[in-house]
Design a protein around this ligand. Structure first.
Ligand code: NAP
Length: 285
């Protein structure tokens, strides 16, 4: 057993999967769930994801050793502001949000004396949402990045690290701004491109044909992530605005370069372009 009492705020894909993984590993005594979506919360209880549900967020955090926030990134700070007066002494508050610098800065400032905030981001997910989509193996073999700020100490970091490790994740630590710049490139930009591609092709007019009716494996594989929750990606885009804009600018320059090489029938240039990309791709699979 690592902790006696865990509170999950936002019992959806990430929060629900974290609860299921920890329950399976037998490292948490009792799990309380809170969610503003009451149907989802009841569903989480009926599925056995949490032991108890609460419709009052202040009661939900009462007696918690750890509070895990898995709500939309733009809601994390306001939830912490609400629960802050009710946090028990020594409580660790941590989160699973996809953007970190703003969240860590704001939540650190909201921590009552003796409580610790440990920023976190599991690098795992699916295009589905809600408690019904949760499963215990979601984090197995995946990375989880912890982004400690001012209030995180070694003891709180160690506890959160042990919880994620029990959930099957490979834990590493990173400065929060560095995290946001890396994940703008590797996660937020690919989602932006997938949504843009489907939107562009979906509205393309080729002699009145419905172009999307011709999609096959390649298009579907490439655009799977464009089925993710649009509200989540709106919030991530706004929360990581500067880093994402820089990534989009870099990508636009690359696309413009490809266009230039096609336009000038630059055979060698195109071979070099595609070969370089294939080499990077081959290295990661
Ligand atoms: P999700 O499945 O939609 O679950 C979030 C739950 O929180 C929903 O039931 C939502 O209700 C509820 N909620 C919204 N605002 C709330 C509030 N203020 N207080 C309490 N509950 C609230 O979302 P998720 O995919 O688990 O994502 C949760 C977090 O994990 C996000 O910060 C996201 O950036 C991060 N994350 C997601 C992924 C992924 O692939 N999905 C991967 C890594 C990290 P409604 O349905 O009414 O909105």
């Amino acid at each position: 057993m690592i902790i006696t009492r865990l509170t999950i705020i936002g019992v959806g894909l990430i929060g629900g999967s974290f609860a299921l993984a920890l329950r399976k590993a037998g490292v948490v005594g009792h799990i309380v769930g809170f969610d503003t979506n009451l149907d989802n919360l009841r569903h989480a209880r009926d599925l056995g994801i949490v032991d108890e549900i609460s419709q009052d967020v202040l009661s939900a955090v009462s007696g918690a050793d750890v509070v895990f926030l898995s709500v939309p990134v733009c809601a994390i700070a306001s939830v912490v502001q609400t629960i802050s007066p009710a946090l028990p002494a020594g409580c660790i508050v941590t989160d699973g949000g996809s953007v970190k610098a703003d969240v860590v800065r704001t939540c650190d400032a909201l921590m009552p004396r003796g409580c610790r905030f440990v920023g976190g981001h599991p690098i795992a997910g699916t295009e589905h949402s809600g408690a019904a989509a949760a499963f215990p193996g979601l984090f197995a073999g995946k990375r989880c990045v912890l982004t400690p700020g001012l209030t995180a100490d070694e003891k709180s970091l160690e506890t959160v690290t042990r919880l994620w490790a029990a959930a099957g994740a490979d834990v590493c630590r990173m400065e929060s701004g560095h995290h946001d710049r890396i994940f703008a490139e590797i996660s937020h930009l690919p989602h932006a491109i997938a949504y843009t591609l489907v939107r562009a092709v979906g509205t393309a007019d080729v002699e009145g044909e419905n172009v999307l009716s011709y999609t096959a494996g390649g298009f579907r594989d490439f655009t799977r992530i464009a089925s993710s929750d649009p509200a989540m990606w709106r919030d991530i885009s706004l929360m990581n605005r500067d880093a994402l804009l820089a990534s989009i600018d870099g990508f636009s320059a690359s696309l413009a370069e490809l266009r230039r090489r096609i336009d000038s029938s630059d055979r060698d240039g195109l071979t070099e372009f595609f070969t370089t990309a294939k080499k990077f791709r081959d290295e990661i699979v």
